[in-house]
Ligand binder design. Structure first.
Ligand code: KG4
Ligand code: ZN
Length: 355
């Protein structure tokens, strides 16, 4: 039996070892998605330790790919393309996934597509089975990528054609969540804990800074938030008040609101000014309940179509890498194979213009 032309994708840029198998027809059908999170290995250090990340990827990659093939009911011979994240990310971590993918591709004479991690996040929403045809990647959209490492706004005119409109000048949105959570003793990563506690808090209870919100450019700044949280907690302590219970919930809701408002204000501004009424979100912070609800609300109010990846595909995963690789293959485009050089195999790399 011949190859089924499936896409095998690998992602290892940070602290998730992930592999997925996608059938490229019919807009891309997800056959499997395996994500091994290293959170437990890094948690004692309060952040990702690059050396530990590389070792964990190395220990897991083969089993993760094996599980992705098994879940898809596919054999290596069913693959037609191999895709892997080539950057940006932790160099040692990236090398593990990319080298594994290279070996898999070369051993079978398959083309290897190197995918830019951010371009991957911008394609996660395309993997939603409920995705309407207007989610065609050929159509221009404004992309907001918000994760632990990035907070950036793009105008996307097609695969490999993303123009950076603005980005954070200091902390990423996910970092703002995580650092605030750390200051409040909520553990790492704290975004999801703040999200949960904020549900019973008042977002207007405690004034939080919204730096750069009302400037006309598209940049963000979130570093003032952790200072505001620290100052608030210290002030309460001086007064003999412990930040817990309702006060903690109010603080979480207020911090979250400041982040969500800053992000969506600029995203909607870009949609309006660029006359592109389509907004696509991606990245770990796109899993935030308040951001999702508020994006939908503002979108409906301002006539902007808003697309959100399924929650499981907001944080790092390989489905998004497969979807971006699929778009590259569908348009038959290629760009310099800088990081994926494999001299005797056909190689394509998605544009580095996004970095
Ligand atoms: O995309 P991702 O897995 O990794 C990077 O590429 O950085 O994003 C991880 C980030 C972390 O900062 C985490 O706290 C944040 O996404 N995050 C959330 C939520 N779920 C994950 N932040 C706010 N609310 C959430 N529900
Ligand atoms: Zn990411």
């Amino acid at each position: 039996m011949g190859s089924r032309g499936l896409i095998l994708a690998v992602e290892s840029s940070c602290d998730e070892t992930a592999a997925a198998v996608v059938e490229p027809g019919a807009g891309g059908v997800v056959l499997s998605s395996i994500i091994h999170s290293q959170v437990a290995a890094h948690a004692p250090y309060g952040g990702v330790v690059p050396e530990i990340a590389s070792r964990e990827h190395l220990a897991r990659i083969d089993a993760v790919v094996g599980d992705a093939l098994a879940d898809a009911g596919a054999a290596p011979a069913d693959m037609g393309v191999v895709a892997a994240t080539y950057g940006p990310g932790l160099v040692g971590a990236l090398l593990v996934g990319l080298t594994y993918a290279k070996g898999f591709a070369r051993g079978r004479g398959l083309p290897l597509v190197g995918v830019h991690h951010i371009e991957g996040h911008l394609h996660a929403a395309l993997a939603d089975p409920a995705s309407p045809p207007s989610r065609n990647p050929g159509q221009p959209f404004i992309g907001l990528v918000v994760s632990g490492g990035h907070s950036a706004l793009y105008r996307v005119d097609g695969i490999g054609r993303a123009r950076l409109l603005g980005q954070t000048r200091d902390d990423a949105a996910g970092e703002a969540f995580d650092k605030s959570a750390k200051l409040l003793g909520l553990g790492y990563p704290g975004g999801v804990v703040i999200d949960r506690l904020a549900q019973r808090g008042d977002p207007a209870a405690i004034p939080m800074p919204r730096s750069l919100r009302d400037r006309t450019h598209y940049d963000f700044s979130f570093s003032g938030l952790k200072t505001a949280v620290r100052t608030f907690v210290e002030e309460q302590r001086r007064r003999g008040v412990d930040v817990q219970g309702q006060l903690l919930a109010d603080l979480c809701a207020s911090v979250q609101e400041a982040i969500v408002d800053a992000l969506l204000h600029k995203a909607m501004l870009a949609c309006r000014r660029q006359q592109v009424p389509v907004l696509v979100l991606g990245g770990g912070v796109a899993a935030n309940s308040r951001l999702r609800a508020e994006a939908a609300r503002r979108g409906a109010e301002q006539g902007v179509e808003v697309y959100l990846p399924p929650r499981a595909l907001c944080t790092d995963n390989a489905v998004m890498i497969a979807m971006a690789a699929r778009a590259w293959r569908a348009q038959g485009r290629s760009s310099p194979p800088a990081l994926v050089a494999a001299p005797d195999a056909p190689v394509e790399a998605s544009s580095a213009a996004l970095s």
